[in-house]
Design a protein around this ligand. Structure first.
Ligand SMILES: O=C(O)[C@@H](O)C(=O)CO
Ligand SMILES: [Mg+2]
Length: 255
């Protein structure tokens, strides 16, 4: 049975962000992930983890101006200085919070534009160097363009090519089952083919992005496959609960 991390950006939204840690622990989770911790001092987040006895599974590097439409900066050459500062801040936070992985978002850019591709490749090398020095894993995640229109990294083979192209042990793929199903389907074959390069996995039902087991996929069979493939990390529960978070956790005990 895989181990699950509550995604505090989507789950437990009934509570203030800092209270979501204890709520996740009380609900039986042993780990958490979230998009961005940067509204709070890293020491405060670390204290929440300690107090609730939770492990940190993953968080994202600062994405630029999220409210203004930014979804990462890596493929945007004009934002390079801001990107480098974002990597620095994320690594500083990771040093205090502790996390096995940081997720570098790509940004809104044309995946066929050579300038964006070059910028992304260079950004990936920069982030790989900084995270390697800090002893942290780095992941990149293909995201479907229905949820994130114009997102640069929107294909699993494209993402895998960047991972294998850079050829660094600590740079891996973030395999979000929800995005995989929307983009390509063939989830189990994708997991089998890519598992040596997968650093982190996330799950939600398709198409509603609710609790696992409520959509078009047989999530239980997929979890069994992930186990059989020897994945030892956490699966991030990156879903929007259909109702109150705690009331929708039956799938966790049934898995
Ligand atoms: O799947 C997603 O959307 C996330 O994992 C993310 O990092 C950006 O929103
Ligand atoms: Mg995801």
């Amino acid at each position: 049975m895989p181990r699950f991390a509550a995604n505090l950006s989507m789950m437990f939204n009934e509570y203030d962000f800092l209270d979501r840690f204890q709520a996740a622990a009380d609900a039986g989770f042993e780990a958490v992930e979230y998009l961005f911790p940067y509204d709070h001092p890293a020491e405060t987040i670390a204290a929440c983890l300690r107090k609730s006895g939770l492990q940190q599974a993953l968080f994202n590097m600062p994405p630029g101006n999220w409210a203004g439409g930014d979804r990462g900066l890596a493929a945007l050459p004009a934002r390079r200085a801001e990107f480098e500062a974002a990597v620095g801040l994320a690594v500083d936070y990771a040093g205090i919070i502790g996390t096995p992985y940081l997720h570098m978002m790509a940004g809104i850019a044309d995946a066929g534009d050579e300038i964006a591709v070059r910028a992304y490749r260079e950004a990936l090398i920069f982030a790989a160097d900084r995270t390697e020095q800090a002893g942290i894993g780095l992941v990149i995640e293909p995201i479907n363009r229905r949820d994130m229109p114009g997102y640069f990294l929107n294909d699993f083979d494209q993402a895998l090519a960047f991972v294998t192209g850079i050829g660094r042990q600590h740079v891996k793929l973030q395999f979000d089952i929800y995005h995989r199903q929307i983009l390509h389907g063939d989830v189990v074959m994708g997991l089998r083919a890519m598992m040596p390069h997968i650093g982190h996995i996330q799950v939600a039902s398709v198409p509603k992005r609710n609790e696992p087991g409520t959509g078009e996929l047989n999530d239980r069979a997929i979890f069994a496959e992930i186990d059989a493939l020897g994945y030892s990390g956490f699966i991030g529960c990156e879903y929007r609960p259909a109702g109150r978070t705690e009331e929708g956790l039956g799938w966790l005990t049934e898995t």
